[in-house]
Design a protein around this ligand. Structure first.
Ligand SMILES: NC(=O)c1ccc[n+]([C@@H]2O[C@H](COP(=O)([O-])OP(=O)(O)OC[C@H]3O[C@@H](n4cnc5c(N)ncnc54)[C@H](OP(=O)(O)O)[C@@H]3O)[C@@H](O)[C@H]2O)c1
Length: 284
């Protein structure tokens, strides 16, 4: 078992999270259990799932089979759009816990704001209450824009600890990152490597910076997040990649490297699947 010292991040609720988490989109079934176990072996402790990924059972199986005790693993899931109604949200959180076979979440997020449905404030109230009931340790959101954040903070008095948003070099989302920071919210970056939907890992700027440090392009992107105080949620089913993605604590990018990576941003056109949080809707 790797004994890695993954740098941790302090949240506004006084808890600490590792700065790199294991993403599980498309990590499913028996193969998914093996991938998640090798990720834990590689040193990941934070596991990011969602009811919408249809793999919470797989995550639970990996947690049970792992030799790492449950209390050392950090399990995070997300509330689906069909459960924003307060009562449904509370039941969904309980159901999700049963699916995984655990009795509390270390972190739980609202997956998307769905502003046209306009129930994200009551969904947030459900997370706030579920935290009080002991079902969740850290509560946060995902894909929330400043107007959504302002509303939930104003109407409930509770600020999310994290906001998990799309961020990779072609869509750096820097304005939202800055906004999160201004409210004391830690940004988590999803699809940091573009999920094979773009060619960011072959981008010549990234490749040339990687060569300079004798590192891989993926490591450069994870380091770019780290130096911007951003938690990276990265998926890999390949043990060598899983290990490489944690091997980012022995070098430092210069201000010029960071600026060059920032300059790759393509604005809205850079989103991997065009999912604007004010438009994108999922009702699973
Ligand atoms: N909140 C949201 O709305 C939201 C949306 C999307 C994603 N997410 C979360 O964010 C996580 C990460 O995003 P993602 O899964 O979309 O994609 P990603 O992490 O950006 O990219 C995953 C892809 O990169 C490859 N890869 C990983 N490490 C590599 C390395 N060192 N070198 C080369 N290739 C490498 C993987 O292939 P191999 O498996 O072969 O290594 C996989 O094809 C998700 O799994 C999920 O947990 C959240």
């Amino acid at each position: 078992m790797e004994q890695l010292n993954i740098q941790s991040m302090r949240l506004n609720d006084e808890t600490n999270l590792p700065s790199i988490g294991f993403g599980t989109v498309k990590v499913k079934g028996a193969q998914g259990v093996v991938s998640t176990l090798t990720a834990i072996e590689a040193g990941y402790r934070l596991i990011d799932t969602s009811t919408n990924y249809n793999n919470e059972g797989m995550v639970g199986e990996a947690v049970r089979r792992s030799s790492v005790p449950r209390e050392e693993l950090l399990v995070s899931s997300k509330l689906p759009g069909a459960s924003h109604d307060y009562e449904r949200a509370i039941l969904m959180i309980q159901e999700s816990l049963y699916r995984i076979g655990i009795d509390y979440f270390d972190k739980y997020l609202i997956h998307w704001p769905l502003p046209k449905q306009d129930q994200y404030v009551e969904a947030w109230q459900a997370l706030v209450d579920a935290q009080k009931f002991g079902l969740i340790k850290t509560i946060g959101v995902s894909n929330f824009l400043p107007e959504h954040l302002e509303r939930i903070i104003e109407e409930t008095g509770v600020t999310p600890a994290t906001n998990q948003i799309e961020r990779h070099p072609y869509f750096n989302n820097n304005e939202l990152v800055e906004y999160n920071k201004s409210r004391g919210i830690v940004t988590e970056a999803w699809s940091p490597l573009g999920r094979e939907l773009n060619d960011v890992l072959e981008n010549e700027t990234i490749v040339s910076i990687a060569k300079k440090y004798n590192k891989q392009p993926a490591q450069i992107i994870i380091r770019w997040n780290l130096q911007n105080d951003i938690l990276t949620v990265v998926k890999s089913s390949n043990y060598a990649h899983q290990k490489a993605n944690l091997d980012v604590f022995d070098f430092e990018l210069t201000e010029e490297d960071l600026r060059q990576i920032d300059s790759l941003d393509k604005g809205e056109a850079g989103r991997v699947e065009g999912q604007h949080p004010n438009e994108y809707e999922e009702f699973d």
